[in-house]
Design a protein around this ligand. Structure first.
Ligand SMILES: [Zn+2]
Length: 312
């Protein structure tokens, strides 16, 4: 019980810290830049003079690194939000043309700017599995949602299997645990000590367990461990949604998903199904902070079938 209160305090502190970061970031920018440059637009969090998180309402986080040769993005918003994201990028101090965009994974919330940027000649970097998902149609069996393959110009045009480095020193790599999909990547900005991890880490509510394209609950646990190994105490970790996190929040999440994973595998081993898994309430003590877990529990249990069942 004491642990529960502790967890809640941590989550609240993380949320408060992120809100304070927005205010402080905007203020220190206006002091530093003087009268010539316009301040970054509302919803933009300044992590460093040349590194920002663009958080538009309803859109996933977009990380933007500015430089003399243009802008590097990690994810680009949805197709409907891409124009607003690009306006926010153009308004950044030192902002310019986007020359490189990373797709942390194939989901449309991340890849909606690919077509316009690819057509304009940008390099679209993705793990090879992400490219493959973007060249085929995908249907989610649990809700019938369909995703059409992207046109050629929108597909990643520079892929990798394990890791790589941009000339500017920005490092990137595969997160092979299949936390969210089988093509998840991280991008690490060493000078600013910022790690962007897409939906491998959820900063806001329960994650989607997209087992159709490889994600599973065991991968969430493994991915959180891997991200912690990539980070240090000062690293700021940018998830796909929600506030910027630190190592402490990742440890809290690891414990939570580890607990749920153990309970679900026990249910699986007893021959239970998804309905029974939801009824067993394996995430009950986390509901107050995280919201109703039923969809998450169902998807997470189904993901165990995909990974652990002998006849899968
Ligand atoms: Zn996603």
């Amino acid at each position: 019980m004491g642990d529960r209160g502790h967890t809640r305090r941590r989550l609240l502190r993380a949320a408060a810290g992120a809100a304070a970061g927005i205010v402080l970031g905007a203020r220190s920018h206006s002091f530093a830049a003087g009268a010539q440059a316009s301040p970054a637009a509302a919803g933009t969090l300044r992590l460093a003079d040349d590194l920002f998180v663009i958080g538009l309402p309803g859109e996933a986080n977009v990380v933007a690194a500015t430089g003399a040769d243009g802008v590097v993005l990690v994810d680009g918003g949805s197709a409907g939000g891409a124009a607003a994201v690009m306006r926010a990028v153009a308004a950044l101090p030192g902002g310019g043309q986007v020359h490189t965009i990373f797709n942390t994974h194939w989901h449309p919330e991340q890849t909606g700017a690919n077509e316009r940027l690819g057509t304009a000649g940008a390099t679209i970097v993705a793990q090879e599995n992400t490219r493959l998902w973007l060249t085929t149609d995908v249907t989610w069996p649990w809700d019938g949602r369909r995703f059409a393959r992207l046109p050629k110009a929108a597909q990643p045009n520079r892929t990798f299997y394990t890791s790589g480095t941009l000339p500017s020193g920005i490092r990137y790599g595969h997160i092979p645990d299949a936390a969210h999909t089988d093509g998840d990547l991280y991008v690490y900005f060493p000078r600013q000590n910022v790690l962007a991890v897409g939906d491998v880490v959820s900063g806001q509510g329960w994650p989607v367990v997209d087992w159709t394209t490889g994600g599973w609950i065991g991968g969430i646990v493994g991915g959180l461990q891997r991200v912690q190994a990539l980070a240090n105490e000062e690293t700021r970790i940018v998830p796909g949604r929600g506030p910027v996190l630190g190592l402490a929040e990742l440890k809290t999440q690891s414990a939570m998903y580890g607990t749920i994973y153990d309970r679900l595998t026990q249910l699986l081993n007893k021959g239970r199904g998804p309905d029974e898994a939801v009824e067993a309430q394996p995430a009950k003590e986390f509901e107050a902070q995280m919201g109703n877990p039923d969809d998450f529990v169902r998807r997470a249990f189904e993901s165990l079938w995909a990974y652990l069942s002998p006849d899968a």
